[in-house]
Each structure stands twice: as C-alpha cells, then as structure tokens.
Design a protein around this ligand. Structure first.
Ligand code: CP
Length: 348
C-alpha cells in the first residue's frame, strides 16, 4: 500500500530524515524530488530510455495511457513544460485537456480548490499544475483523488525540469555522480535551482552555486547547509564566477528574473551580465567537454551570451527533447499500477 503524502510528512517530522521510497512502491504524485531515492530516479531514467525509443519511431504513438485523461492546469506562463506534457500525453494516447488561467473561471475569481474539484469531477486521472503560489500542487495532492504532477510552483520546486536536466547529463556523461555542476544566476527565487539541489545532491553530483550575495538564500550564505547531515552539506557557494567555472563539467545558467532588478537585488542588468554572464571566454575555464545548460526561457545577452547558448557545447535543445520523454515516463509512472509497470515497461 502506498504511503500517503501526509504519512510521509509525519515520518519526516518524527525521525528528521527523508524516507527512502522506490518507484515500484507506486507513486501517485510528483511534487518535488526531496522524496525520490536514487533507485527511483534511476527507474525514471530507465523508463525515459524506453520513451526516447518511442519518440524516435516514425509513428510516435503507443496505447499506454489510452482511456486516461490528463488535464494541464497552467495559471502561469509556460512554453516548454506545458507543450511537452501535452505531447507526452498524446504520444501515449491519453486524452489531454489544457486549461490556462486566462480564459478559465480562474479569471472570475474561482478558487484553486474549486477549479481543481471541477476538473476532477470530469474524471481527470492526472492533473499537471503550474501555479504562481508555492505549495499549490501539494494542496491539490492532499485534497484530490487524481494524481498530481508539479509543473512548477512559485519559487518552490520544478521537479520534472530537474529530472530532464539530470537525464541529459547522464545521456552525455553516462552518469550524474561525481560531475561538477555549476549553477549560475538567480538561486534565491529559482524553483529550478531548488529542485536541482535536491536531485543533484541525491545523485552524488558536486554542486557549486554562483550568484551575487543578494541572489543567494540567507541560510546558505550563513553556512547552515554546511551542517553535518544537512542534505545540501556538500554544496559550495562561490561568488566569483571565474573561480566557480574552473573545472566544471556542466555550466547551468539560470534565467535572471527581470523583476529582480526592480526589487533592488541588482544595480543593473548590464553589470550583472558583465559580472556573471556566461560568455565564450568564461566557458573556456570549464573542462574542454563541458556542457552548457539552461532551463529556458533565456534572456540572451544577460545571463548567457548567444554564441554560448547556440554553440557546440550547448545541450539546451536536447534538454527540451528529453523533457518530453521524462514527462512520458512520469505520466506513465503515476498512472500505471505497479504490478502492470513491471511487465509493461518492456513493451511500451
Ligand atoms: N523551463 C521551463 O519551465 O520553461 P517554460 O516556462 O517554458 O515551461
């Protein structure tokens, strides 16, 4: 029997650790990566390998999710995540219905709870949600019978992005463990950075965060994460981008959220770009085979130079392609009962 989310939360509170679960125990929700074990992440990657094979076929269609309804509820802008979930569902023959904030009753002031109940009443099997409020997917998971997948909530988490990022690293290097991954940019407000910290540290990567101090969480600046036993104890903070990039296997540029400048975190975009932007000269400091990654959308000329973004080391478009396969694997994982998964994974 699957442990409920609230039971997991209770377990965490009781023993202070994060319970290890495996994919085969039958996950119903994907809310963040803090409750994914190494084995479960590997399982997702193996299923993603199978999905990549499906995507490379002439006829990209399998009946895996026939009869299932997937609703994407996006109340915040998205191109990559929303379209890739839609494509993932359609390749696996699910009925995919897209609901956005604009044009829906959200505009009339309907609460998230009532919108979600309405969608569930239409027999949705899976609700994929992007929302500006951190915790919105967790709220739905607690209150709905449908499976819930977090497609990005506020400044909190973006687990499917992290899985596709790590899958892309694994595809290029054959592993994630031991890679030196340097994440440069707006760490403070980035849900991508937060989920990447969970995923990359769990998988044994050496993570360095690089940003101006105004864009690094205060507890990290204070060294709280260096405490023994803290999940992020191995994470390094480096304010000097040249030092951070030295010997990197992966340079991961984050979108500079332009509203941060208005909030007074930065003197000017030009200064940020001059001090932290990833340009060809800086990329030379990384290892010769280093990859350049970005979750998108990019501000070219601010956090990343166009020659780097579209250069030979960039795997940004591969990230997008792998995003479809990862989301196929996750939809399949939550929608398919465990006993079925054990033999269906072979013939998806
Ligand atoms: N990386 C990402 O979440 O992109 P979108 O906002 O386009 O979905």
């Amino acid at each position: 029997m699957t442990q409920s989310l609230s039971a997991q939360t209770r377990a965490r509170r009781t023993n202070g650790s994060y319970p290890e679960r495996t994919y085969r125990t039958g996950r119903r929700h994907v809310l963040d990566l803090d409750d994914f074990s190494v084995e479960e992440i590997e399982e997702v990657f193996q299923n993603t390998d199978a999905m990549r094979e499906v995507m490379n076929r002439d006829i990209k269609k399998v009946p895996t999710l026939r009869g299932k309804t997937v609703i994407t509820l996006f109340t915040e802008a998205s191109t990559r995540t929303r379209v890739s979930f839609e494509q993932a569902g359609k390749i696996m023959s699910a009925d995919v219905i897209n609901v956005s904030g604009s044009g829906s009753s959200v505009e009339k002031g309907e609460s998230l709870y009532n919108t979600a109940l309405t969608l569930q009443a239409m027999n949705a099997d899976i609700i994929v949600i992007r929302h500006s409020h951190s915790g919105a997917p967790h709220f739905l998971a607690r209150n709905l019978d449908a499976c819930v997948i977090n497609a990005g909530d506020g400044t909190h988490a973006h687990p499917t992005q992290t899985l596709l990022d790590m899958y892309t690293m694994r595809e290029r290097f054959g592993r994630v463990e031991g890679l030196k991954v340097v994440i440069v940019g707006d760490i403070l407000y980035s849900r991508v950075a937060r989920s990447n910290l969970w995923g990359l540290t769990r998988m044994g990567a050496e993570v360095t965060l690089c940003a101006p101090p105004t864009l690094i969480p205060q507890d990290m600046l204070n060294g709280i994460s260096e405490m023994d036993g803290h999940p992020f104890a191995s994470v390094k903070i480096e304010r000097d981008v040249e030092k951070a990039l030295d010997g990197a296997d992966v340079v991961y540029a984050l979108r500079l959220q332009l509203e941060r400048q208005r909030a007074g975190h930065l003197p000017s975009l030009r200064e940020y770009s001059r001090t932290y932007g990833i340009n060809p000269e800086r990329l030379e400091l990384a290892k010769p085979g280093a990859l350049i990654m970005h979750p998108g959308p990019m501000n070219e000329g601010v956090e990343i130079d166009p020659d780097v973004a579209h250069g030979t080391r960039s795997v940004i478009e591969e990230q997008v392609t792998n995003g479809v396969a990862i989301r196929m694997a996750l939809l399949y994982g939550v929608a398919t009962p465990v006993r079925e998964q054990l033999f269906r994974a072979e013939r998806v």
